[in-house]
Design a protein around this ligand. Structure first.
Ligand code: UDP
Ligand code: MG
Length: 318
């Protein structure tokens, strides 16, 4: 059976790049339709993530110009992960298979052909994996690699060098709907759904226009979110660390006792200060880690909606 494909594209302040990349997505849909790999009902679904520039106007214009383009708009900026989720949830009842991809042209859209081949062979999830990062700046490359190492070291299983370029079948998405958490880290959550999966390599190029919306600050926040959403390993690490510090303290106590018995009790001001500062710092870090989880629990218990769609291009057509 020929599947219906929805390409889900989050867009935040992307008015410079959208006019360049939108035709690339459309051409891909048309090429795949003509090859008989997807149905004529396939669409490019843009998700406007509360952009402050003309992005939504551009999306509306595209939707008027070609029926393969459709768009939804979030009521405000909620971040990349929520935008992708909104698009996937919107798409899942209308299609058989979705591909999520960034709108800046960095991820090679031609990899979709191979993703669809893998889907035809029975894979329900196909992860796009970057084969090279040569075009990224040294800084971006090393921070991104550090990001994956940090995640796996902290017990959050993610596919190495995979961002949010992936094919997911609507069957997997329907199961994924049951994952109700508000702290989203899609690339770590999708593998938890299971089903047969594979990876497809592609070369990542430079952004075609505009600027990255992921500065270092957001990358760090995503890394912390990823770890605390997926794993409790940091909590175990601080327990282990506490045991080590307690053992060292025991040696310190012995030393203090022996020094006192030798009659040198007044000495040791420097060591005392160091220990107090060190242990105080360690305790604050541990409290911070626990606090991070408490904050997560707080947000989860509120059960706020994960996205709110304020506009759709197709409602206006009615
Ligand atoms: N994005 C979004 N909401 C945000 C930030 C980013 O929807 O708050 C989208 C953005 O439009 C792009 C994708 O997420 O399609 C990835 O962002 P970007 O290319 O800036 O990140 P980078 O590739 O530099 O990591
Ligand atoms: Mg990008």
């Amino acid at each position: 059976m020929v599947p219906t494909l929805y390409i889900v594209i989050p867009c935040y302040n992307e008015q410079e790049v959208l006019p360049i990349t939108a035709p690339m997505f459309l051409n891909k849909i048309k090429q795949l339709v003509s090859e008989g790999k997807i149905t004529e009902d396939s669409r490019v679904l843009f998700v406007n993530d509360g952009s402050k520039d003309g992005t939504w106007e551009i999306i509306r214009g595209l939707a008027e110009a070609d029926r393969h383009f459709i768009g939804i708009s979030q009521s405000r900026n909620r971040g990349h992960q929520n935008a992708v989720l909104a698009g996937l949830m919107e798409a899942k009842e209308r299609c058989d298979v979705t591909v999520s991809i960034d709108c800046d042209g960095q991820d090679d859209i031609n990899a979709v052909d191979r993703m669809l081949d893998a889907y035809a062979e029975g894979c329900e999830v196909v992860y796009g994996v970057r084969s090279s990062r040569e075009t990224d700046s040294f800084f971006k490359r090393s921070t991104a690699q550090g990001f994956y190492r940090f995640l796996s070291g902290m017990g959050a299983e993610v596919v190495y060098n995979h961002a949010d370029y992936r094919l997911i079948s609507s069957r997997v998405l329907r199961e994924f709907e049951g994952f109700r958490e508000v702290n989203l880290f899609l690339r770590g959550m999708i593998p938890l759904v299971g089903f047969k999966s594979t990876t497809v390599e592609y070369a990542r190029t430079e952004r075609l226009a505009g600027e990255s919306k992921y500065p270092l600050k957001k990358m760090l926040a995503l890394a912390v979110d990823g770890v605390t959403s997926l794993s409790v390993k940091p909590l175990r690490l601080i327990t282990g660390f506490g045991v080590v510090v307690a053992l060292i303290s025991f040696i310190g106590c012995l030393w203090a006792l022996i020094t006192a018995l030798c009659g040198n009790a007044v000495q040791g001001w420097a060591s005392m200060t160091c220990i107090v500062c060190f242990v105080g710092g360690v305790q604050l870090i541990c409290l911070g880690i626990i606090g991070e989880y408490v904050g997560k629990i707080y947000m989860e218990t509120k059960q706020r909606p994960r996205y709110i769609i304020s506009e759709r291009t197709w409602e206006e057509e009615k």
